[in-house]
Design a protein around this ligand. Sequence first.
Ligand code: SAM
Length: 251
Amino acid sequence: MIVDSPKIKNLIMSYLEEKKGKPFELAVDAGCGTGRSTRTLAPYFQKVVGIDVSESQLSVARKCTSHENISYQISPAEELPLEDASVDLINAGLAAHWFNPEKFGQEAARVLKHGGCLALYCFSLVFEIEYKDKSEELTAAFNEALLILLEFHKKVVCEVKAMYQELFSAIPFKDKQRISGICEVFPLTVPEIMSFLQAICSYKEFLEQDKDKATAFLQDLEKRFLDILGESASDALGFHVYYFCLLASKS
Ligand SMILES: C[S@@+](CC[C@H](N)C(=O)[O-])C[C@H]1O[C@@H](n2cnc3c(N)ncnc32)[C@H](O)[C@@H]1O
């Protein structure tokens, strides 16, 4: 399944090491959802706080008790339940496009320590599927379907396509940069690719607007994949995901 990008995690930790240095006391995972991105931070920090506006997401996150140094709180990223100058890292994975850029930028400036860092990352909307001589056909089928889905959340999609331009401008720190083209390849089967699509917010919106059409849409895509793959339908495919990341540090 798709996990957080190990390359991005390394990038963030090296950046924090360079800009602030140890100790790494407190990290906040803003828009933590079910805690997937939160758990990847736990080995590096004394304490990690995951915050999200959705109680249902947080209740799933709380079920995983693998790390004693993680706690979760319901809160918007624009009003963090944290003291001034108390945070080493604010992390937001696949979430910052939902935040109010100005309010979030101000809140980051309030809670970060001197040298503390902000890391906002997401996948760019470019995907490739690699499998023997079928790569081109599979990639085309996936991207055609994605284009239809992306119609459902136009404003958010624009901000992601622009690699968080509004958020980047709103970060009130001189020291900021954007890194793009970070590629991870995940071995995914066709059902796993379908689960990935089902989890994205545009599909959920489609489902809400027209359940039958949304279900048929996914079934058609799955059939298209299976037709292309023929006897190899159960093999894992190389799912290429390209991420970008904004990094900033409070001076
Ligand atoms: C796609 S999920 C990302 C979850 C997680 N970071 C991950 O990488 O798996 C985006 C999350 O952002 C949350 N969210 C949206 N707007 C928010 C806001 N203003 N403040 C905090 N969380 C927010 C949503 O509830 C959702 O759980």
